[in-house]
Design a protein around this ligand. Structure first.
Ligand SMILES: *Cc1c(COP(=O)(O)O)cnc(C)c1O
Length: 797
């Protein structure tokens, strides 16, 4: 379906037509926005046909479909991605050049669709692309947030949030489907009529569909990302308006729209907000109503639903799917409760993303029962069914406990498969998170190690390296990433290593120019680019990284003429707005950067760069230019990570702990190509038993003592010497994430990195090995495994 007959001239004609007739612009007056829209429409036109063809095939062959329910889809930009997957990039570049327009500039004019916080949302986006590439018939269901993740600025080194407004400009990739709409009920009460429970809602809103086609590699298949926007169900109140009560007249609309207005900017802590619960139900109910409508258009026996429908819950956010599906089957379609429960379970899978106790969703039964009174009854019935069916269930295990509804337990009990997202994490889900449920349901918990799409993260984001790979092993690796192993025999050849180094350097030159323009700091592309980009969180330990940076600075200052490897330390990431400790770490990194970057003694030997507003597009810039990937979380805390996989693919060795998918990266790439340090998950737990662990570790480390002393004395906050007293105190006396205990090992591992980098040839070999052995981390591998082990779906290709 890849249209080989398309020439730059033909594409130009399409673009010109859209510019004139869709946008109503005359070329001489067209802005970059107009050109971007015209090009996007011309590219979108090429997606529509394979999209229709895929949908028709799925209907005609009555294929089982996957429904991926996620509160977050961190998509990023779509123009270059779609163009790359259609194989039209070179043609598009030439076509735009013919109009005197620069394709790169146009691509960068597109705002990021930032409908997610971090890894969980980006995983959903990579999965959508892989499902399309593999011809897995699928729908993604999410919320069309008017405001995605907030924009981050720094003021005096501190994070300031401003609203994000990606929908201020028209979004060229979506099709509004006002005819595909469902009523979503909330609140009210439940009545018993003729022995049946009837929910009489107190409020309703309308969920309206907006569809974005997701095109796979080479345009062979396309799926739909269906995002729901909230609209009022009641008509505009003309009577109030005519009385002059304009605010009241507009109230129903404002209230309804609130539901899809903002993405909750916190991906790790549970939000005790009624609005959040309503958002979760809004997404889930709209999706399930849509799924049943599609099913009933072709079938009439709802008991066969699991043969045709697989529903994946991305974390517990859509875990209300269990009770909601039961409600629809029982209350609206007259199925018996036990049968409805088994039918729902046959459809549902649950992916667990975190072990952090503060991130496990729990709702007060009061809130839950108030917002979803019928579901409260159903949840209690599920819980008592489970208790009766598994009499050996311990009394402290259950869904409703201590006046709370536990969404993890609910999702587990209502799913036929529960998966963790890396080997280590899945193991900890069994041992620490759900040990009793694992015993009652052996085999239900399985592992599905995360992956990332190599089309976006290698082919598109790293053209120099992608070109070298194709020149070396030919085409086809993009959709069969294990073929990268074919690079291994070349790694021993010096010309290949030099070519690998040249590709990396091209990316580093581009990044240096961007850093100069964005941050006003000059960095040398020959320095080692050491990158830590991810949400700011205590467990991810940006603090460990910045403390070690200070120790490194001290070492250079002690011997400025020494044979130092110049380094650029690059940070990127946002903190949840209410997360004070994370915000303090951001402030510290910026304060340290200001001092180090202006130190004439260390000069180009050390720079600290922290560009604001980390997002997918920034990751696409930074990852290909990275020499070193920082994956230094406290062992046992990072479920998987996917940033670690992007770096590996792009030829950046990892400095990291044995955590999440790092374990599998180490296994694939080999210890000689990985800088391992730090306590293991088990050692972390044992270490914490010693209440003096922090003090002992600090007293054993002179470099760390010096660093903490400098911070405490206000060396990096001269105007406010006590700015970091709280932070330093916590490291000495609390240090739950074991920054102090891992400090010396991290410092030593960074020394190893310097020695390895100084031997350029050795380093290039390590870097190239990381790319060559990254095949396992393609999200195609992950999706194939979900299709086989959880969904029971086959490829339509
Ligand atoms: C990949 C990605 C993440 C996840 O990074 P981790 O290092 O795995 O936490 C977060 N945000 C963005 C923008 C990403 O592209």
């Amino acid at each position: 379906m890849n249209d080989l007959s398309l020439t730059p001239n033909l594409l130009q004609a399409d673009i010109a037509r859209h510019l004139t007739f869709t946008l109503g612009k005359d070329a001489p007056n067209a802005s970059i926005y107009d050109w971007r829209m015209a090009l996007s429409f011309a590219i979108r036109d090429r997606i529509v046909e394979p999209w229709f063809a895929s949908t028709r095939r799925t209907w005609a062959e009555d294929r089982k479909r996957v429904y991926y329910l996620s509160m977050e889809f961190l998509i990023g930009r779509l123009l270059e991605d779609a163009t790359t997957n259609l194989g039209l990039r070179d043609i598009a570049v030439e076509a735009m050049a013919g109009f005197g327009q620069d394709f790169r500039a146009i691509v960068e004019d597109e705002p990021d669709a930032a409908l997610g916080n971090g890894g969980l949302g980006r995983l959903a986006a990579c999965f959508m692309e892989s499902m399309a590439t593999l011809g897995c018939p699928a729908y993604g269901y999410g919320i069309r947030y008017e405001h995605g993740l907030f924009r981050q600025r720094f003021e005096g080194g501190q994070q300031v949030e401003t609203p994000e407004d990606w929908l201020n400009q028209a979004h060229p990739w979506e099709f509004a489907r006002p005819e595909s709409a469902y009523t979503i009920p909330f609140k009210g009460h439940v009545e018993t009529r003729d022995g049946r429970e009837v929910w009489v809602p107190g409020e309703t809103v309308r969920a309206e569909a907006h569809d974005t086609p997701v095109i796979g590699w080479q345009g062979k298949w396309a799926n739909t990302l269906r995002l729901w926007a909230a609209k009022p169900t009641t008509l505009f109140d003309l009577e109030r308006f005519n009385r002059g009560d304009y605010a009241a007249a507009a109230e129903p609309e404002a209230l309804a729209r609130t539901l899809s207005r903002v993405l909750y900017p916190d991906d790790t802590t549970y939000q005790g907000k009624e609005l959040r619960l309503k958002q979760e139900f809004f997404l889930t109910s709209a999706a399930l109503q849509d799924i049943l409508r599609r099913y009933l258009a072709k079938h009439d026996d709802l008991r066969a639903l699991p043969k045709h429908v697989a529903i994946q819950m991305n974390d517990t956010h859509p875990a209300i799917a269990g009770p909601e599906l039961i409600r629809l089957l029982v209350d609206e379609h007259g199925m018996a409760f036990d049968e409805a429960l088994e039918t729902a379970r046959g459809c549902l899978g649950y992916t667990n993303h975190t072990l952090l106790p503060e991130a496990l969703e729990r709702w007060a039964t009061f809130t839950f029962g108030n917002v979803l009174p019928r579901h409260m009854q159903i949840v209690e019935r599920i819980d008592s069914w489970h208790r009766r069916t598994y009499p050996s269930r311990p009394h402290y295990v259950g869904i409703v406990k201590h006046h709370e509804v536990r969404m993890g337990e609910l999702a587990f009990i209502m799913a036929h498969k529960v998966n963790g997202v890396s080997a280590l994490h899945s193991d900890l889900v069994k041992k620490n998170l759900f040990p009793e449920l694992e015993r009652l349901h052996p085999g239900r918990i399985i592992n599905q190690t995360n992956g990332v799409t190599p089309r976006r993260w290698l082919k598109m984001a790293n053209r120099p390296l992608a070109t070298l790979i194709t020149d070396t092993i030919g085409e086809g690796w993009e959709a069969d990433l294990d073929r990268l192993r074919g690079l291994e025999p070349h790694v021993g050849s010096r010309p290949f290593r030099e070519a690998f180094g040249a590709a990396k350097r091209a990316n580093k030159v581009a990044l240096s120019n961007w850093i100069a323009a964005e941050c006003g700091v000059k960095v040398s592309p020959d320095a080692l680019f050491d990158v830590q980009i991810k949400r700011i969180h205590e467990y991810k330990r940006q603090l460990l990284n910045i403390l070690e940076t200070i120790a490194h600075w001290n070492k250079i200052r002690g011997n400025p003429k020494g044979p130092w490897v110049p380094r650029v330390k690059i940070f990127g990431g946002k903190s949840a707005p209410g997360y004070a400790v994370a915000k303090e770490i951001i402030h510290l990194i910026n304060d340290v950067a200001a001092v180090i970057n202006n130190d004439p003694v260390t000069g180009d030997l050390l720079k600290v760069i922290y560009p604001p507003n980390y997002n997918v597009s920034m990751a696409e810039r930074l990852v290909p230019a990275a020499d070193l990937s920082e994956q230094i979380s406290t062992a046992g805390k990072e479920a998987s990570g996917t940033g670690n996989m992007k770096f590996m693919m792009n030829g950046a060795p990892t400095i990291g702990t044995l955590d999440g998918a790092n374990v599998e990266i180490l296994q694939e790439v080999g210890a000689e190509n990985f800088f391992l340090f730090g306590l293991t998950a088990e050692e972390v737990m044992r270490r914490r038993e010693d209440p003096e662990h922090a003090r002992k570790a600090i007293e054993a480390s002179q470099p760390l003592q010096d660093v903490l002393q400098m911070i405490a004395e206000g060396r990096f906050s001269p105007g406010q010497p006590d700015r970091y007293h709280g932070l330093v105190h916590r490291v000495w006396h609390h240090d739950y994430f074991l920054v102090a205990s891992d400090f010396d090992a991290f410092h030593a591992a960074q020394g190893e990195v310097d020695r390895a980098y100084a031997d350029r040839d050795r380093w290039l070999g390590m870097a190239a090995m990381n790319t060559a052995r990254s095949g396992f981390f393609s999200s195609d591998r992950t999706i194939r495994s979900y299709m086989d082990d959880i969904w029971g779906v086959t490829s339509a290709l």
